[in-house]
Design a protein around this ligand. Structure first.
Ligand SMILES: Cc1cc2nc3c(=O)[nH]c(=O)nc-3n(C[C@H](O)[C@H](O)[C@H](O)COP(=O)(O)OP(=O)(O)OC[C@H]3O[C@@H](n4cnc5c(N)ncnc54)[C@H](O)[C@@H]3O)c2cc1C
Length: 412
């Protein structure tokens, strides 16, 4: 009998799973279902489109022929609304029933809306889909000023779009530093200066209490908790993701702020796998459950899930993720889990060069490199090898870091 694999979601996790499934199971039936109206595109690059730096075409990764050539059935504009895991079938928005032998849930997330008055007003943008990027581009091209909220990796994309489109922006942040869970104020200052250079002003100890709208219901200002009012022609909000797990309601699939999967991407329910941003996965490097929202990690999880759907327990997810930012004159890279750990070491080398490593039980669990990315592969390798290096911080922070200079006694 032919195996039937169904994937919900045609983001990078779902799409890479489909590709691997076809390689591993040449005769299987493979179906990919997505509620978006377009085939896989590069979510990482939609910011470059919104900046006005890239046209649409190169952002697409697959066209419909790609799926046809691989005999992968693709259903665009199709929302899965229910899964019956006992019956091994699912139901779509138009009440079509699709059966599966093995199912992959790769539905990612939806940007969280700010829980404040008028947060759904016209001109307030969230950033996840290509369509969002088109809307943001249109708003930014016509705007003089904007407000950005959300001091993390997606918020800074919105800030950079303002910079590139010549929009003067106020970047409202809680606390005193951008991405304060991964960077000290000293490290964040490198980023603050780069924002200022492109016309984006960080506003600290701020945030949004409510938005004000004009008579047509369009945003015209953000008011922060201190009562300060910032005029804006549009606002960008990037405060996190709500995982798209509605389809799992009533299935018994375990969730814990994300879909819980083991290192094989299996959920606790037979024949149901999950991959990508929405997982809380067993991280074999950390030895605990973890989360990661990054392109490379989602791609690898999709591929690992596919291998295990075909051949159980044949591949483990063991991965050090990377996330880079290319908006400014200097490079920026974060890797692993820079926001966790019980210890840290950091160093600022110049106005545009900084490093910080997060450590747990003496082992590197993540880090941020600004300005000089040369040591990234050495740090990532130490992390993957689970080397205890916490007692050698000075060596770790040497400008030209050489892992051979670490004391051999620290090897496990
Ligand atoms: C603007 C932007 C910039 C980014 N920059 C970087 C970067 O520089 N580096 C990096 O590593 N990462 C970056 N990321 C994050 C990265 O893009 C994500 O981690 C990755 O795309 C997650 O892939 P995924 O397949 O898990 O989920 P998604 O890409 O979210 O795909 C999930 C898909 O499932 C669909 N879906 C959801 N529910 C249903 C349903 N019920 N029925 C049918 N379909 C459904 C969704 O519409 C979506 O198409 C960026 C993200 C954004 C938005």
């Amino acid at each position: 009998m032919t195996d039937s694999f169904v994937i919900i979601g045609d983001g990078i996790a779902g799409s890479s799973a489909a590709e691997t499934l076809r390689e591993e199971a040449p005769d299987a039936d493979i179906t990919v279902i997505t509620d978006e109206g377009e085939t896989l595109y590069n979510r990482i690059l939609i910011k470059e489109f919104a900046k006005g730096k890239l046209p649409e075409a190169p952002i697409f990764i697959h066209d419909e022929e790609w799926y046809e050539e691989r005999d992968i059935e693709l259903s665009l504009n199709t929302l899965v609304k229910e899964i019956d895991t006992d019956g091994h079938e699912l139901v779509t928005h138009d009440d079509s029933v699709i059966e599966y032998d093995k199912l992959l849930v790769a539905t990612g997330g939806t940007p969280t809306q700010l829980p404040v008055d008028n947060s759904d007003a016209e001109g307030i943008h969230h950033f996840w889909t290509f369509q969002d990027a088109r809307n943001i581009k249109e708003s930014a091209e016509d705007a003089d000023d904007a407000v950005i909220v959300g001091a993390g990796l997606l918020g800074i994309d919105l800030a950079a779009i303002c910079g590139a489109q010549g929009v003067e922006a106020k970047y409202l942040m809680r606390g005193q530093a951008w991405w304060r869970y991964a960077l000290s104020e000293e490290g964040a200052e490198v980023m603050h200066n780069a924002m200022r250079d492109v016309g984006v002003e960080p506003v600290f100890d701020s945030g949004v209490d409510h938005f004000e709208t004009d008579d047509d219901g369009r945003v015209e200002a953000a008011v922060d908790p201190n009562g300060d009012r910032y005029d804006c022609d549009w606002a960008g909000v990037a405060i996190g993701l709500d995982f798209n797990t509605e389809v799992l309601q009533g299935t018994g699939v375990e969730e814990d702020d994300g879909v819980v999967v083991d290192q094989y991407m299996r959920t606790n329910v037979d024949d149901v796998f999950a991959a990508g941003d929405l997982t809380r996965f067993y991280d074999t490097i950390l030895g605990e459950y973890a989360q990661n929202g990054s392109w490379g990690s989602a791609k690898e999880q999709g591929s690992i899930a596919a291998k295990n759907m075909v051949d159980p327990e044949s591949a483990e997810f063991r991965w050090v993720s990377s996330y880079s930012i290319t908006h400014f004159d200097f490079p920026f890279l974060s890797f692993g889990h820079p926001t966790i750990g019980d210890d840290e070491v950091e160093k600022k080398y110049s106005d545009t060069e900084y490093r910080r490593l997060a450590l747990k039980d003496g082992k590197i669990v993540g880090g941020v490199l600004i300005g000089d990315l040369a040591p990234q592969s050495a740090y990532k390798r130490l992390m993957k090898e689970e080397r205890v290096v916490g007692d050698q911080k000075e060596t770790l922070m040497q400008k030209k870091f050489d892992p051979d200079e670490l004391a051999a006694s620290t090897e496990q």
